[in-house]
Ligand binder design. Structure first.
Ligand SMILES: [Zn+2]
Length: 103
């Protein structure tokens, strides 16, 4: 899993194709990510003290990690990532196109 919380990603497939957003949550267990303002799903909620009538809320649903790709700020588009180890031993992700370090 090379995508981290806080990354900006672009959606590559499905009805949200082409949208970009910030990663809010990463679920390495099921290989999904939650992207800000992408893939809204309706959820029925039970009545609570704060919302006594319950109701329907819209919330971002998880997307499979294969459906999104990291956006390189320099290339300004989604790019493939290469993992690299720096001289000081730090592992970073770099853009395949421009070699920009994305960490
Ligand atoms: Zn780049």
């Amino acid at each position: 899993m090379y995508i981290k919380k806080g990354d900006t990603v672009m959606v590559l497939a499905g009805k949200e194709k082409g949208k970009t957003g910030k990663v809010l949550k990463v679920n390495p267990k099921d290989n999904t990510v939650v992207v800000e303002k992408v893939n809204f799903i309706k959820r029925h909620t039970r009545p609570t003290k704060r919302a006594p009538q319950g109701g329907i809320i819209e919330k971002e649903g998880p997307l499979h990690v294969a459906k999104v790709n990291l956006v390189c700020p320099k290339c300004n588009t989604h790019v493939r990532i290469r993992k690299r180890v720096l001289e000081d031993g730090r592992k970073v992700r770099t853009c395949v196109k421009c070699s920009e370090i994305l960490d």
